[in-house]
Each structure stands twice: as C-alpha cells, then as structure tokens.
Design a protein around this ligand. Structure first.
Ligand code: CDP
Ligand code: CDP
Length: 231
C-alpha cells in the first residue's frame, strides 16, 4: 500500500533538498508543492495581472492549464503544455508574489486536489506548508523542518536569489486558508547547524521510529508516470 511522508517548514529551511534525498533513498516519488504555487504565480504575472487582485485571479483560474507529470521520480510543473524552468519559478518577481497567490482559497483547493491525486501513482515524499496539516492529515509520517531565520537567509542568498523570507513566512503563517503550522504529530528537525546528509539521516531515523514500512528502493513506483490529465 502506498504511503505519504509529509515534510513542512518555513522558506529556505532545507525542505526540498532533504525531501528529495529522502525520496531517493526510499525509492518514493518526490513532490515539491511550492513549485505548483510558483507556477500559478508565474502564470498570473505572465498574463499581466495584479497578484493582489484575488477576484481577477479566481476568474482566470479555469483558463490555466496545469499538469504535474512525474519524470525521473519527481514532479515537474507544466503550464499550457510547456515546462517551466527553475529560473522562471524562482525569479525575484515570483518570490515577491507567490504568498499573495497561495493565500487564495480557490487556488489552494485546485492544487490540493492535484496533490492528493498523486497517491495513485505510488508512495510519496511531499513537501510544502500544509502537507501534514491539510493535504494528508492522516499520514503517520510527518516531519517539520526548521532552521533559524539567519541561517535560512544566508542559504537563500548563497543561491543568488533576492527573497524576503521574513515577509513570506509572515504571510504564510497569518493567512486564513491552510496557514503554515507545525502539524499534529510531526517530528521537528532543526537543521540550522547540521549538514544536509545529517538532516536526511535524522529524518530517516524519525521515520523508522514511526514504523515506516520497509519498502525497498524502486519497488513502489514507476519513475516516469504522468499524473492526472490537464484540466
Ligand atoms: O522554497 P521555499 O521554501 O522558499 O518556497 P516554496 O516551498 O517553493 O513555496 C513558495 C510559496 O508557495 C510559499 O511561500 C507559500 O506561500 C506557498 N506554498 C503554500 O502555500 N503551500 C504549500 N504547500 C507550498 C508552498
Ligand atoms: O526547500 P527550501 O526552500 O526549504 O530549502 P532548500 O532549497 O532545500 O535549501 C536552501 C539551500 O540550503 C540549498 O542550497 C541547500 O543545499 C542548502 N542547505 C544546506 O546547506 N544545509 C542544510 N542542512 C539544508 C539545506
């Protein structure tokens, strides 16, 4: 039976790097949900719309053709049939607007449905802000990744990006719809002062103590499967 490991945490805490490596070790599909919100934000900006105008964004939602196919064991994001590149998803403009788009309940409802549908394809390591609290609240395998604000800002700067992490965290925690919280039952791992490898090992130890079934790498999933058809 497929399982979901949920990994949540604030911006630049190390979630996606850790989740990707945990998925690889276990042979699960890696799902980065932040890129889904980033793709919708890119679409809104590309259409010249104001990301703060929720009514206009909601009106345009049905015309956004979004898919998250799985290639090489991880989800990618595709808009109107085109893959979005990392520099588009992580542009300064998207960093500045994504929390405005992510607070719109209609955007969240659509993406949460897509995220839940991925379980049909196999066992998942899914990272984001609301995965353990809203998307898969019944998962017994919940992790919350944290790091100090200073460490997170330093790591993001080292990636060459302009990103107001404090403001994004403030908005993500304060919004009405699925705010960033530490999910009930989550193991908190602070990786401010440890390496990526040490953080991955701590996550795997926590999952073992939560009695994660011992599925050997690669048996659970076909690494090249296309998710639900576009809509
Ligand atoms: O990589 P980083 O932590 O900076 O951000 P991300 O995971 O790519 O997420 C970008 C933004 O998407 C977040 O600041 C949230 O506003 C939103 N998001 C969300 O609301 N819910 C999720 N499950 C994932 C991301
Ligand atoms: O996904 P999220 O925004 O939470 O963070 P990330 O993109 O995985 O990590 C931000 C940066 O911190 C990346 O360049 C990671 O390689 C680095 N990192 C690190 O140096 N040490 C760690 N223990 C975790 C992440």
């Amino acid at each position: 039976m497929s399982v979901v490991i949920t990994i949540d945490g604030p911006a630049a805490s190390g979630k996606s790097s850790i989740a990707r490596l945990v998925a690889k070790r276990l042979g699960y599909i890696f799902v980065g949900t932040g890129n889904m919100y980033r793709a919708f934000t890119w679409a809104v900006l590309h259409r010249g719309m104001d990301p703060d105008d929720a009514a206009a964004v909601i009106a345009d939602l049905p015309s956004i053709v979004f898919e998250c196919p799985i290639l090489d064991g991880q989800t990618h994001v595709r808009l109107d049939g085109h893959d979005l590149a990392a520099d588009q998803l992580n542009s300064d403009a998207v960093n500045a607007a994504v929390s405005l788009i992510a607070r719109i309940p209609e955007v969240r409802a659509r993406l949460v449905a897509d995220q839940r549908a991925l379980i049909r394809l196999g066992s998942l390591v899914m990272e984001g802000r609301d995965i353990g609290s809203v998307v898969f609240p019944d998962s017994p395998y919940k992790i919350y990744i944290d790091a100090s604000e200073e460490v997170r800002a330093t790591r993001r700067r080292a990636q060459g990006q302009t990103d107001n992490l404090a403001e994004r965290d403030r908005m993500d925690k304060a919004r009405q719809s699925s705010p960033l919280v530490i999910p009930d039952g989550a193991t908190i791992i602070d990786n401010s002062a440890i390496t990526l490898e040490e953080a991955v090992n701590q996550v795997l130890d926590a999952l073992r103590s939560k009695k994660l079934p011992d599925l050997s790498a690669g048996t659970a999933n076909d690494p090249n499967t296309t998710a639900a058809p576009p809509h």
